[in-house]
Each structure stands twice: as C-alpha cells, then as structure tokens.
Design a protein around this ligand. Structure first.
Ligand SMILES: [Ca+2]
Ligand SMILES: [Ca+2]
Length: 558
C-alpha cells in the first residue's frame, strides 16, 4: 500500500548562476552547475529569484519573459559580485520589431543591474537597435549601474541607449528607477540616448553619466502618439537629478546634418518633472523645455540647482523653435549657474526664450556670458507673464555693453534693459567670483556678491538642496546660483595605520574661514575636531585609535 502525503507546494526564492562555461541543461542553482545563457534565466526565474551572471562575454540579446510581484519579490538579473558580464551584440541580427540587448514588455518588479551592453549596431532605415528597451504595461522596474555603449545606427532612422515607451492605455509605466548607468558612444540618429516617452508616470532618473553621443542625452517626451490615449501620452511626475551629461552634438548625425541642436536634458511635451543638481556641459543645448507639437505644452517643470556650462548653442532654452510648435508654461527655473554657453556665438546667449512662453519663473540664477556679451535671447513676442528677477549677471564687456533681448527687442546695458522691461529689479550685475570656473569649480568664493543676495522671502521646497546636496539656504539668507556658500569644499580619507597624528592642509582660496570635521564613514555623523576655527587651512590632530580609518572634511563657514 502506498501512502500519499498531501503537501502544499512551497516556493522559495532562489539564487541562480549563469556563466560562460555553463550549460542551460544544468540546474543553475550553484556556481558549479551554472546556466550558459542569460536568456535561460530570463525564461525561468520566479518572484524573489536572483540570477547572478558571472563575468565574460555573452553574445546574446535577452527578452525578459518573467516578472516578480509585490508579494513574492522582484526578479533580479545582476552581475556576480566583483565580476563584469557583457551582453555583446556583435554579429547578432537586429530584428525589425521592438528589440534590445535587454527587452522588457509588460513586465513588473524586475531589476537589471551591473551589465555591460554593447556593440548592437546597424545601418538601416527600418531597424532601431536598443541597449535596453522597455514598453507596454510595465511597473516597478529598476535599471541600475549598467554600462551601455556603442549602440548605433549609422542611418538617421535611430537607435537607443535606454528607451522607455509607455504604450499602454490602461497601465502607466510607474515606479521606474534608472540610476547609476553610463551611456556613451551611441549613434542614435533622430532618437535619444536615454528617453522616457508616452504613458510613463512616476520615475527617477538619477546619477547617470551620459556622454559622447550624437543626439539628445536625456529626454522626457509627450504627444508623439506613443500612447493612443492623448491624455496619458506624456512622461510626467518624476525626477531627473544628479546626472552628468557632456560631449553631445548632433553635428554630423545623418538625421541633422550640420545642425548643433542636441539637448543635454530635454522636456518635450512632458509635465511635472523636477530637474535638479545635474551638470551639463559641451552639448549643443544644455537644457530645453519645449513642445514640438502645436497646441501642446511642456508645463510645470522645475529646473533648479543645475550647472550648465560651455554648451555649443546655448544654456537653457524654453518655447518652441518656431511658430508651428507648442508652448512652455508654468515652469520654474531657479538657482542654476549658467556659464559661458553658446560657445558658437549664435546669438542665443545663456537663457533663450523661443515661441510662446507663458507664466514661467526665472529667478535666483547666476549667468556669466561669453565674449558675445549676451545674457538673454528672445526673438519672439509671444512671451507673457514670465517673471525674471533675483539673478546675478556678468559679462566681460561690463554693464554698459552687455546685451539682452526681450520680446524681440534688443537692449544694450543693464540699466536700459531693466528700465524698459521692468525685469530684474532685484538682480545684480557683478563678477560672481566663482572659485575656478574654467576648472569647472562653480562654488562661490568668500566675497562673491551672490552670497546672501537672494529673495529674503525665499524658502526651500521640501528636499531642495544646493548643487552639493547641502542646505539650500544658509547664513541667514539664500544665495544666487547653484551653490549655497558654506558647504564642504574638500574631503579626504585618512588611514591611521601607525601614525601618531595627522597633519592636514587644505588647498583653497586664501582667506576662507572653515572648520575641520571628522566621521568614521563619508555618510557618517560629522563632528567638529577643532574647537577653534582654523583660518589658514591647516590642522594637526591625533587619532582616537591606530587602526582603521577616518574621514575628514573642511567645511566653509560664514
Ligand atoms: Ca546664504
Ligand atoms: Ca555649497
């Protein structure tokens, strides 16, 4: 007689392994019997499972056919700790349909972390290769710390580093985190390096490095018909912070010919996005807020505490590039530092208002013009209820020769501009005394006129900081530009070893007052280690113990 025991099936979250010496017929559950392909993991994982992918080159593209869920947990595809797996598209045929070295359609609770994705390339007017392509009814996806490069279409038809297409009319792509990735050496034709397009609501794009590509760095798009429901067809309700974007131009891109029109960060028809603490340099247009579609808007975008310098065509652009485009309204551009943009001397300047701009705010920005002495350009008269005030301006030609354009009228001299436009009644024209702007150190020097020159009524929004992540207002009154004076200017780790004491010296501008502080970790509880403020940048200290390490920093005080 056989006894049958009734039991419930228990599911346990499992770790799986993939290695270049593996076999997909292996169980995959130990490092001694790994799978061979990432695709095997992408067909097999169940909620809560992790696939650790060992270092080496995997010549495959992967379609993720599994999801996690809230109860069971995520499915995770990640590098084996300390190793570097590569999905290499060399020699693979790019399909005409949606594709990516990772392709996720209608997926949820998936993490992709720590992969190098490269060499997926075509010369095609019908194919669009992508490093990672996400579309449909997706939610709770995390794309972390991947390096995506050499994804290319030599044709104008396009390619993507990372594309998120919200195509569903019933499920917005939401709870999306794109963090710590590097995207470079992409040839994207008329497409973008990193794009969120259509029904995407609720996202963070942070800490990414985007550089050396031939079209737009980071783009938030609406009204392209990506989602069939027009009311949902716009990226919205997200944050774009702490990214660095550089060396991007559309010049020579087959879709743009000789145009220098690639944005570093672009909002085209999107709404309710915070763009903060990014650094954008040596792209065509630093940051642009516009709608390319007539009758549509880009609205309620906050652009704050960004560094925007040495871009080819201009610093910040708002409005449509011609009268057949839509408008930009209710955007708040505050506390940015714009330094010598429009390096091609195109007559655009640092801040450029194009067609149809309404009810935007431009305050607490610090602008330094280049040799063309142009701070604001505005060759359109469709400009209403925009507020421009509490800024610091500087130009090598001086306050009598500096240029502004406002509602298609040009002004020479700060006073002439102010009296005619009634803009900037509380603004300053003065050398802002940046610590080392040519060395891209845009901190304020001790005697900067931007210090404590902001609107006394200003109070920071929840979560708003300066470009260093430090309090946005200190010293009794807010500063102008991306830096709030009084922050950390240098930080170092000291290995105690057998040292009896340590001698610290700070290189900085003479005359600063600052205090030394110590912590056991960089994010630790910083404590002052000198009871007296040092004024010459030097300190001598004895360690609490002779093992481990400690972190020191100097912090400017006012
Ligand atoms: Ca201050
Ligand atoms: Ca600071």
């Amino acid at each position: 007689m056989t006894l049958l025991a009734l039991s419930t099936v228990q599911c346990f979250a499992a770790n799986y392994y993939v290695a270049t010496n593996g076999n997909d017929t292996n169980p995959g559950t130990g490092t001694n019997a790994p799978w061979r392909t990432v695709q095997k993991a992408a067909n097999t994982l169940t909620p809560g499972d992790v696939a650790f992918v060992r270092g080496g080159i995997y010549n495959e593209s992967v379609t993720v056919n599994v999801s996690g869920n809230a109860a069971g947990g995520r499915v995770v595809f990640q590098n084996y700790p300390g190793e570097f797996p590569v999905l290499d598209g060399a020699g693979l045929t790019v399909p005409t349909a949606d594709n990516g070295l990772f392709l996720l359609e209608d997926r949820a609770f998936v993490t992709i972390q720590g992969f190098e994705l490269r060499n997926y390339a075509v010369n095609s007017n019908s194919k669009v290769p992508a490093g990672i392509y996400i579309s449909g009814a997706c939610h709770d996806l995390s794309i972390l710390n991947n390096h995506i490069h050499h994804i290319a279409n030599s044709n104008k038809n396009g390619a993507f580093g990372l594309a998120v297409y919200g195509t569903s009319t019933t499920q917005a792509i939401t709870n999306l985190l794109v963090q710590g990735n590097e995207l470079d050496h992409l040839q994207t034709g008329w497409s973008e390096s990193l794009v969120l397009n259509g029904n995407v609501s609720g996202f963070e794009v942070s800490g990414n490095l985007v550089h050396d590509n031939n079209n737009i760095g980071i783009d938030f798009i609406g009204y392209e018909g990506t989602c069939a429901d027009t009311n949902l067809d716009r990226a919205r309700n997200g944050a774009c912070r702490d990214n660095r974007v550089w060396n991007i131009t559309s010049f020579g891109n087959p879709a743009y010919g000789n145009d220098y029109s690639a944005d570093g960060i672009y909002c085209d028809g999107s709404t309710n996005i915070v763009i903060e603490r990014n650094q954008v340099w040596a792209v065509d247009i630093g940051v642009e807020l516009a709608s390319e579609h007539a009758g549509r808007t880009t609205s309620d975008i906050i652009v704050r505490d960004n560094l925007i310098s040495s871009n080819h065509t201009g610093g910040i652009f708002i409005g449509g590039y011609d009268t057949k485009r839509g408008r930009t309204e209710n955007c708040r551009i505050t506390h940015n530092t714009l330094y010598r943009n429009d390096t091609r001397l195109n007559g655009n300047g640092e801040f450029y208002l194009q067609f149809d701009t309404r009810s935007n705010l431009f305050t607490h920005n610090l602008l330094v013009a280049n040799s063309q002495d142009l701070l604001i350009g505005n060759p359109f008269s469709q400009n209403s209820n925009n507020i421009v005030d509490w800024n610091v301006y500087f130009s090598p030609g001086g306050s009598n020769n500096v240029q502004w354009q406002w509602k298609n009228v040009s002004y020479t001299g700060f006073n002439a501009y102010r009296s005619a436009t009634h803009n900037d009644s509380n603004s300053i024209f003065a050398d802002p005394r940046l610590l080392d702007a040519n060395g891209m150190n845009f901190h304020l020097a001790t005697n900067s006129p931007a210090i404590n020159s902001g609107d006394p009524a200003f109070s920071p929004a929840p979560g708003e900081t300066d470009m260093d992540g430090q309090p946005r207002s200190s010293g009794g009154r807010v500063d102008i530009g991306a830096d709030e004076f009084g922050g950390v200017v240098s930080q170092l780790e000291v290995k105690w070893l057998a040292l009896n004491h340590v001698w610290l010296q700070m290189d900085g501008e003479p005359g600063h007052c600052f205090v030394w502080e110590q912590a056991s970790t960089p994010s630790g509880n910083w404590q002052p280690v000198l009871t007296n403020w040092a004024t010459n940048g030097e300190a001598e200290m004895s360690p609490a113990s002779t093992s481990g390490s400690a972190f020191f920093r100097t912090r400017l005080v006012e």
